[in-house]
Ligand binder design. Structure first.
Ligand code: NAP
Length: 293
């Protein structure tokens, strides 16, 4: 079994981005800029946005966090989106989800200019991804594809089972694995909460991608010998032996499954760091596209 060390690979890719930014600056140009819009005091959202800010500063990007109270109106947020759309110094921006219940997430996401939508959630980018055209791919599936690619994992003709069909992970993941590309060219089975005989289907997978958000759901009986297992899930479970009182686990029962796999991602340190790095890669891509115009 080989561990797919997302943390180490993310470090390598960040060094590559750093070198590119140094080159950009030595050419007398401004660095790429990412803006995050954060509404309210949701704990996890604050953590994610803080991490994005830190990541930007580590690779030499400019970044800014625009914070709004929970009570901000949708109209005011729309004005901010419009301002960011028109700001030539901003290459990409994200609106951290979830938004408060008085707002329509989809309306806000659709107001973001597609060439600045580095989260890849705008319908234009989703459509481009489905058609195999150049656009932005959501960070988690993009990071997983990069992880497979950099480990030269052969996916051609393999049976890939994706558990989950969310618009940010499962759905784009299935599209990318079925694409005529390397990584890609898999025969893809997309499963979800209504799937019958999920265990039997998973047990046939050459590549199993678990993105359902159920701690340690994938057990030994669901994994074929020699399978590649990608664990997207992140859940906190109580652990009184830790100072924090909890630990992070994935959707895969790592201890039970690891020895059966050819490759497996750990949690933490697998898909998470690759997701963060993919957002930086998308921002760099947005920067270059804006420079070309
Ligand atoms: P989500 O929006 O809640 O979607 C979960 C999907 O799993 C749904 O399609 C659901 O099916 C399916 N599902 C739930 N229970 C199932 C079951 N018992 N059997 C089969 N399918 C089941 O979650 P998400 O945003 O995709 O995230 C999934 C997990 O990945 C979460 O733990 C999240 O924290 C984690 N995550 C990690 C990263 C990272 O960077 N590592 C990034 C994003 C998300 P239905 O559609 O039928 O309801």
């Amino acid at each position: 079994m080989q561990l797919l060390d997302g943390k180490a690979l993310a470090g390598t890719i960040r060094n590559e981005i750093c070198a590119e930014v140094a080159q950009i600056i030595s050419n007398g140009q401004r660095p790429p800029k990412l803006v995050a819009v954060l509404v309210g005091n949701d704990g996890p959202s604050q953590t994610y946005v803080g991490a994005k800010e830190k990541d930007c500063s580590e690779v030499g990007f400019d970044s800014e966090v625009l914070r709004f109270s929970e009570e901000v109106s949708e109209a005011e947020l729309m004005d901010t989106v419009e301002r960011l759309n028109g700001d030539p110094q901003v290459d990409g921006f994200i609106v951290q989800l979830p938004l408060p219940s008085h707002m329509n997430d989809q309306r806000i996401l659709e107001a973001i200019r597609p060439d600045k939508d580095v989260d890849g959630f705008h319908p234009e980018n989703v459509g481009k991804m489905a058609l195999g055209l150049e656009g932005f791919v959501p960070a988690t599936p993009a990071g997983i594809v990069e992880l497979l690619k950099r480990h030269a994992i052969d996916t051609e003709g393999k049976l890939c089972v994706v558990i989950g069909r969310s618009s940010i992970v499962g759905m784009p993941m299935a599209l990318l694995m079925g694409k005529n590309a390397q990584p890609g060219n898999c025969t893809v089975v997309q499963t979800h909460s209504r799937t019958k005989d999920l265990k039997g289907i998973c047990a046939q997978a050459d590549i199993l991608i678990a993105a359902l958000g159920r701690p340690c759901f994938v057990g030994e009986e669901m994994v074929k010998d020699g399978a590649v297992v990608i664990d997207v899930g992140i859940s906190r479970i109580e652990d009184t032996s830790r100072k924090s009182g909890f630990r992070l686990v994935g959707d895969v029962d790592f201890e039970a499954v690891a020895n059966k796999c050819s490759y497996i991602t750990p949690v933490p340190g697998g898909v998470g760091p690759m997701t963060r790095t993919a957002l930086l890669q998308n921002t760099l891509q947005a920067y270059y596209r804006h420079q070309e115009k």
